[in-house]
Design a protein around this ligand. Sequence first.
Ligand code: FAD
Length: 469
Amino acid sequence: MTDYQQIKAELEGIAIEDNPAMVLRKSRDFYWYSPILKAQLEHVTGDLIVSPENEDELIKVLKVAFKHDAPVTARGGGTGNYGQSMPLSGGIVLDMTKMNRIKLIEPGRVIAEPGIICAELDRQTKAHSGQELRFHPSTTGQATLGGFIAGGSGGVGSVHWGGLRDLGNVLRLRIVTLEAEPRVMELTSLDLLKVSHAYGTNGIITEVEMPLAPAYEWVDVIVGHDSFMDAVRFSDHLASSTGILTKEIAPIAAPVPYNYFTRLKPFLEEGESISVVMVAPHSIEPFKALVEVHGGTIRYRSDTAENTKGVPRAYELGWNHTTLRAMKMEPDNFTYLQVQYPSPGHVAKVQEMCAIFGDEVIGHLEFLRFDGAIQCSGLPLVRYTTPERLEEIIRIHEENGCPVFNPHRYTLEEGGMKQTDERQLEFKKETDPKGLLNPGKMIAWDDPEFDFKAGKNYLFKGITAVTGE
Ligand code: FAD
């Protein structure tokens, strides 16, 4: 039995919380988006919240955890979707939000601690030198930079820059291992693949170096269309119009916008599907021309609307905020999927899936650059009935050439976003020999029989798959 009172005593001087209600609250994330994970993970809670203020304190925490065999699960803003930051084996919930300083801003890059909130980072880089992150999660107001890298994939800006999986979109990570004498490691280029989207299973990120892009006063625009496929074709054309600078392009099918985007209702038409767009101010005129070509109607523009009070920013309508808005109003009726529609046939694939599922799977796409080409990922809303039907919907997508990154699984491999290979496993053995970092999330660690070469499609490929060596 791990002696948490003893751990508390040995960590004197570092902020600790063990009030069970508080610990339970900080042991949750947005796992409840999935009815499957909701049932599986509802009971999960940690034993202590420990909040280091700097790397020295963090090293002390990890050293003590190693000595007492205490599991350690890092936590940023707790906005992850698949139980990523939930401590399956209890133990220490490592709250990283006090490590939130910016260390350096230069043209094209920023160095910061991992606990900084993404929107705050953008605020400071913009004020300093008119720069911002290339892309951020739609949870930018709550999510930390470290949590985004360890748990996210891409987001607002990915239509231009691609995602976290792309080389160059993270420049350097500094991590601390969980050993008798924790070591500090600096990772760059291909080595970053070991730690990005690894749920903090192989080191705690203590410093992040990110590339920056020029910041703009992005204009939020909602375009109304007669049908979802009209919205998709317009969005596809816009995404591949490289002269028009956009940061977000998300077609969303009726009835979602009118029924669930309550603050926008006065601007919207019932029955219309929409495209949610963020456009750079200098691109507004060519953008308007493209809307006209496609017969769309601009329903809302943040730069000309008489009253924007209470209207959410465009990015808080897209990504998993679309899901959130529907689930808030009808919690028991909806869940969602994460679908890839490979280019160049992505628009046709979307149409095929819409024809198969009709209103049971309601379209929501995010356009993005994937391996250099424009394609779309789907976060469709699913009218949930049973686990069996959900599995069937996933199977039908995959049989039709649309891979699903299953958001109803809490392990790295089953979610399909992260490939573990022999090198990933070796790195885990090196950085976390006792398997105490976020236990239960990496099947390859728990199951020696795990088949690395099962041929599954992964978003974050292993180093071996990327280099072919
Ligand atoms: P947490 O949830 O706290 O942690 C995520 C993972 O990272 C956990 O496994 C945790 O253990 C690990 N971790 C945290 N800090 C560290 C650290 N310092 N070192 C090592 N491991 C660490 N995701 C996207 O990619 N794009 C989106 O646009 C997006 N939109 C979303 C919208 C909504 C409404 C919701 C609920 C989720 C969304 N997500 C999105 C998922 C999630 O918000 C993001 O991935 C977010 O960036 C996670 O940051 P966080 O600080 O909340 O991380």
